[in-house]
Design a protein. Sequence first.
Lengths: 163, 580
Amino acid sequence: MAGHNTPRHATGLRPEATLNPVEVRISGGMLALNRFLMTLQNKRMPVASFTVGREGDSEAMRATILLDCPPEAARRYTTLLSALEDVQEAEAAAETMEVALLKVGGEAWREAATRAGIVAHEENGTVVASGATREMAAWLAGIREDVEDVVRLGPVARPTGEA
Amino acid sequence: MGETVENTAFNIEYKPRTGSEAMCEALLDEGVEFLFGYPGGAIMPFYDALPDYPLKHVLVRHEQAAAHAADGYARATGRVGVCIATSGPGATNIVTGLATAQMDSVPLVAITGQVGRPALGKDSFQETNVMGMTLPFTKHSFLVEDPDELYPTVRRAFEIARSGRPGPVLVDVPKDVQFAACNDNGYRRLREFPQPPAGPSLEAAAALLRKAKKPLILAGHGVTLSGAEMELRLLAERTGTPVVATLLGISSFPEDHPLYIGWPGMHGSASVNRAIDESDLLFAVGMRFDDRITGAVNKFAQNAKVVHIDVDPSELGKVIRPTVGVAADAKLALRGILGHFEETGDDCAEQRSQWREEIAKSQEPEKRREEEARSKYGPIRIMDAIKTIAGDEVRLVTDVGQHQMWAAQFFEFTKQNSHITSGGLGTMGFALPAAMGVAFAYPDEPVWVVAGDGGFQMNIQELATIRDFGLNIKVAILNNGYLGMVRQWQQFFHNRRYSETPITGPDYEKFAASYGLAGKTVREGDDVEAAIQWAQDQKGCTILDFHIDPEANVFPMIPSGMSVKEMIEESESSAAYGGA
């Protein structure tokens, strides 16, 4: 059920690929997001994954991009993105994690999550799981017989201060 | 109706009443003198306010020309050019102009009217998402939906357009916002002074330049944009380094200077391309290693280390990985590097005499061929005659195609920032309207347009604008009855299948007369110099229609994606340089 934005190393497509996580804060709403996406496309940036969410209660957005290229090129792309008027901040993210929402049959997922290092809990019948992308992929593969549906929200930079 | 507020930039008080008036106030506060535009339904409130302000509006005949005229004005002056258009087709017509400015880093503010806020998103009459369509080739864009934000937004647009790496900014204003009352117009100008580059990178760049035995300076548009011509010249002279100018870097270094060797790339001099191939250091300033310069990147300057100075850090390593990258304004960077040569007092200029002699020797055959062609009717002689007769103060605005290459190759640019052309986008139809912008900026200086018969017809309607304002623009059409550059490619790479490249046009002499302008047809055997002198002596705009060899080619040529090793220097049958 991995979406098209799942990082390549997580799906085993190109385990050797260098994925450089970049975290970007964007202000300016949908127009700004539109411009941002257009820049990614216009400059043909090697985007392996793009995840966006609202930052806290503000109107600003936070996007995490995985760039599939050498680190030097990723730095150049980050510089280019940081020059956009709507971009408040763009920097290499130290670490990313992934969030997934699942419909699961049975209870085997709980123990499997603990073993895989995935933090998971059930809320109104939906399992909310988070963890490192590689571990998430392994955990999902391990419980796939029980999974009825899954939405992977893609890798996001960990909130500041959280290891 | 708003309260009186202070304009924090100039400490004057004003009472803008409507959005339109706020826009005019913002333009005035930015020191705008000329607006190039065309009215229409959605921008009418702005045009209604305009006569009350000391802003000079130039009514063009097509919105594309407004954008190019603003572009020409900006390139010639270094100030921000301004163009105005209405919504829908007015806005779509400026799109090519915005892309042209973006590709060549030209500071431009485009103001477009938009349908009223209640009509947005409803496929209303003349509604188009101009912001959406221009996202890839504007530096930034605004849709102003709050009247109170109009004044600060227009001011901010100017800041963005001219700061760092310049570029075009779009401000889209719904009609009802232009009508609406404004309450708050404050804007505090955030002056951004360019940061001096880091010392170690300058030291490393200077060290490489000092050690190099065969260095070349590659001067790009960034030199002109930052006003670094003097620093460039000083560095070249102190280090004895030959200078190469890119197409947009032409006229950033005087071409009659002994250290100037020409321009590189697809149609650059063979000797310059070979010098790049031989060089052990490319010292690139304000240029971006365009594919028309590098050809096959993996074969480009394989022996050279690279110092790359550019105000846009994302350019460093985009095409060529520099040995030393300096993300800085060209003027500041060159000043810093010059300091290293002052301090050490070493004389590397002398050490490079052998390198300069080597280049000079490789230029000899080219110079002989040029000299021979100069004596015959054709593009070289025409360029030569324009320069001789119009004088050193002439500014040359070229269109796109073969004539553009001939002008770059054979017109001797000695005046600073006197060469204006569309380089990155290669926009046919650019020259005539861009020359209008140049002529408004410098009404007392000679301005010549060199265009092909294809491109000239793309914005030919601007002759009316030129006539209305009595602009003293002289036009030389190099008329070969073809879309010449495409025809040349068809000749070389498509077995001479001249598919849709033969092109007709009007009798330009009569056409000029119909606009109340003077014109003359010049053919082989006619006196080129006398015709140009005649044009120069006429009052106002004059058109010279030079009929040249239909199959004249631009040489040399490095085919797209190839290297200097694959350079085409001779044609098997066609006349090189239109007559040799």
